[in-house]
Write a protein that binds this ligand. Sequence first.
Ligand SMILES: [Zn+2]
Length: 299
Amino acid sequence: MSFPLRTLAALLVLLPVSVPAQDFFKPLKDFVEDLVPQRAPATRPVPKATPQVKEEAETPPPLPKPRPEGLGEEEPEAPVEAAPAPEPDAPVEPEAVPAPEPAPPAEEAVVDDRIYQTACPALISGAVVAKMLPPIAEGVCMAQSPLEVTALNLNGKTVELTSPIQTNCEMATALVDWAGDVDAYAKAALDSGLAALQTGTSYMCRPRVGGAEQFTSEHGFANAVDLVGFTLADGRSIVVENDWLPATTPEAKLLRQSHGAACGKFTTVLGPEANADHEDHLHLDLGCHGQTCTAQICE
Ligand SMILES: [Zn+2]
């Protein structure tokens, strides 16, 4: 720029005076004006640009400062601490997770090993001489707390069972109660107390006999006992098969009184007069009859 200005100044000095100055300088003036406005905007935008740059630089800093400071502090700390932290934490957590998983099976195994049964008060009191048996589960047949009963304690003495029976606590308890009545009847009718119960079938998983065979017998739930006869203290044997008839004998009287007494203690009592299947024993059970389990069958 300096070179063309100097050249123009030299030309102005050398130009002849006759030439109209206005016409002569016009192109030069236009040229200079073209140069001047170029300088002016060039200088003006510079100061403007400078304050703009300062303002922009001053204004944005406060905004970006908190951001970079916050981000800068968190980012350097987070990546440093977070990076190593998740690595040690990660292996610890996966180890802790699989640990409780194997633990539940151990608890389930404990639960499975535990056998939940119900205690029998008659066994605790000694009225029933028996031992607890494991739960019975045989198809539809089942009994959660069966007993193996070998004797009954009643009226101050022990009445044996000719063969151990597998039955539930309710049946064993009712049997002791009933046997106590039988003992009193035996003393009254035959002048000899009860020494033993001649027992037949107890637990047996089978359908009913002589009735609705599609139903499982109460024997299948350890809820029934068949009584074949009695053995008295003097050694006499009184059995249903031989002594039910004739009905007028002392033996038949004992059997029939015992049958009647059973009707007040069991829900089902079936004897020789029920059907041919029971001509040689008394069937006793605690099956549920009626909607409220209060109905009784006494035949
Ligand atoms: Zn039976």
